[in-house]
Design a protein around this ligand. Sequence first.
Ligand SMILES: [Zn+2]
Length: 412
Amino acid sequence: MAKAERIKNTLQETRERRKTQKAVVYQLKLQNLSRRKEKLLKKAFLEAKWLYNWLVSNIKRLDMPINKISAVEVKVGEVFEERTLATLGSQIKQEIGDRLKDNLRALGKLKENGRKVGILKPKRFVNSIPLKQYGITYNLDFARNKVKIQKLGNFRILGLHQIPSEAEIANAVLVRKPSGYYLHVTCCLPKDSHTSLNPVSKDIGIDFGVGSKLTLSNGIRIDFEIHETPRLKQLQKKMARTQKGSRNRERARFLLRKEYEKLNNRRRDAQNKVLAFLRLYERVAFQDDCVKGWAALFGRQVHSSGIGGLKSRLRTSLETPIIVKRFEPTTQECFACRKLHKLSLSDKVIECSCGWKCDRDANAALVILRKGLGLSHEQAVGLDRPELKPPEREAAARILGSNPCICVSFPQ
Ligand SMILES: [Zn+2]
């Protein structure tokens, strides 16, 4: 009884504390793996798959004490064979079960809301293992750059220096990627830890476009496109030529996944640079428009740019994102007098009878900024056109220029 009470109290405390914190995920790489350790990790992911599939194939099994399960049946061809779970720790097994329960609950919710849902199917791969309890399922040793994982032992780890000392370490996930094994550690940081940066300028509006990807209200254009590599196409062809179920196919699939991972990292890096630049502003306004609709219009071009990803990250990673509603007209409106203009796709400049003449995208970014801040057009014109300041120019060149996939251009 006392124990249940204690757990309840600590949960309550944690919940209170979380309100003043934000979650940040750090990626750490497992390094210098000996052949033995690599084998061990491979085995752990295999066992995680066995356990998951065994539970999925009969979800009544979730009511058993999952942490005590020591052997499961695995379907080999047409028969079932028994396999022992030797490398998974008891807590880890429990967490795999809990995760499955969470998934089922989420599916149940969707079904309640009238969505059509399928059933959970067995997986071909399990590429992540939850490590929920810091101090029990895993432990970080900052002095020796190591992580200790329940039952798997110690591993050297790269990237621990990223975690600030005031961070409160929460759960982690052990992840397998084609390039190696990683630990994704979630930490809780105090919410105000970012504002210590002094902003270069106060506010900025962004117009997302297809041609030049981002236009800022100060006139900077940021274009980033991560092209599919020739190697990717080559590998796709190669894989298509292999026979189903053959070793060559496995190999080709692995190389292909590795190439995709590389491409993703590049996209992610470009997004990071843009986000880092936008974080220099106090308030960032953008419009919630529908990237999905564009993808239908322009196809791959949008898909490969990672612009949708950038938007969702803007929403979650900025301190105060200001989102302008989707159906507000922004491209057709004159920033100076709010008159609506009919512009065709080929019109690059908006020219208004009030004397306002501006690049079409920059005008849209300005309108978005004004609407986001809730200013009337008289107030906004009082601000006059926000000019690009030298520190902004310098910061843009330094941060965005460090990535070869990003092309920045400044207003003349
Ligand atoms: Zn006008």
